[in-house]
Design a protein. Sequence first.
Length: 204
Amino acid sequence: MNPLDISKAAEVLRKAYETKTPCAPLHEFIDADDIEAGYAIQNINTEYWLKSGRRLVGRKTGLTAKSVQSQLGVGQPDFGMLYADMAYADGEDVPLERLMQPKIEGEIAFILKEDLNQAQMTLTDVVRAIDYAVAAIEIVDSRIADWNIKIMDTVADNASSGLYVLGSQPVALADFDHRQCGMVIEYQGEPVSTGAGSACLGNH
């Protein structure tokens, strides 16, 4: 992992973000399977954005569907950062000029009441830390032209984060089956996508 390449890649992604002009795939000069390099690039830009005044409010998990993992040739999820300026309220218009090549995904968002920072976390630890859940829409986006990404590209690019919308109806974990809970995304009244919580790695 060449530090100069890592620094250059981070700068390329920032420029693409700021100019809304997609860049060439990073895997053209960094090993496409180098996940460690991807997170090194992401971390550089996380520090940059925090110093620039953005506020970190959460995390996103990506590559949670086995089919998507197969497309990228990996067997694990990835994660990225969620900033306050990425959030839109339920029913609020989302300006397309903030995005380059967006796609939307239905999600379940978990709001924590305490940090998950212990070593060797258990499922019980995670459940105990959750305050409530809300329906959410993730608007994924890529700074890489034509979504021509490998695993290193998407990790470096903040797990292809764009924007997100949180629902306005908090629900306690005990009040719904988050494994069987389903979502239907409609366009002009017609369903275009469906999913269930179990699709997220079987809810493991």
